[in-house]
Write a protein that binds this ligand. Structure first.
Ligand SMILES: [Fe+2]
Ligand SMILES: [Fe+2]
Length: 162
């Protein structure tokens, strides 16, 4: 991202990144990194995609993208994969003012797993960007952790015990 875009991005999300409840996402594990870092990756990628596609309400979309996974794992009792968007929406609404499009962006970001359909260009952008970013993160961070654990496990079997 260029410095100019970096500055604009920070201006758009500044208040969210100062919110104590949101900052706590840095202690939640998500795709092998923190949920805060994942949310930032999705928000930055969404911001850049919106700019490229010249989408007018890119500021609102970027903010909703940052808030799309605003939940702690222990707040979602069952089927976290399907149910976390509505918890994220609840937390986002308790802390920030959201318009109807932003609400839909958060509620529908797991489409087609969730029953809420993306209703606007921002929702479609975030649901696609989230999937691409999640795939990248899992391949870059989660897989290497598993491969590393497997390597240490094999090392223990063949060398350490002898
Ligand atoms: Fe999510
Ligand atoms: Fe996500």
């Amino acid at each position: 991202m260029t410095l100019r875009k970096e500055i604009e991005f920070n201006t758009i999300v500044n208040d969210i990144l100062k919110n104590q409840e949101f900052i706590a996402l840095k202690y939640e594990i998500h795709h092998g990194i923190s949920r805060l870092d994942h949310s930032l990756n999705v928000a930055k990628c969404t911001y850049q995609t919106c700019k490229k596609l010249k989408i007018k309400n890119y500021q609102e979309i970027t903010r909703a993208a940052l808030l799309h996974d605003f939940f702690k794992s222990d707040e979602v009792k069952e089927n976290i994969f399907v149910n976390h968007p509505l918890k994220a929406l609840e937390n986002a609404e308790n802390n920030f003012l959201l318009d109807a499009k932003q609400q839909n962006i958060i509620a529908s970001h797991m489409f087609p797993v969730t029953k809420v359909m993306p209703s606007n260009i921002g929702s479609w952008t975030v649901t696609v960007v989230d999937k691409i970013v999640a795939t990248y993160e899992c391949l870059k961070f989660k897989m290497p952790i598993k491969m590393g654990a497997l390597f240490i496990f094999l090392l223990n079997i063949f060398f350490v015990q002898r």
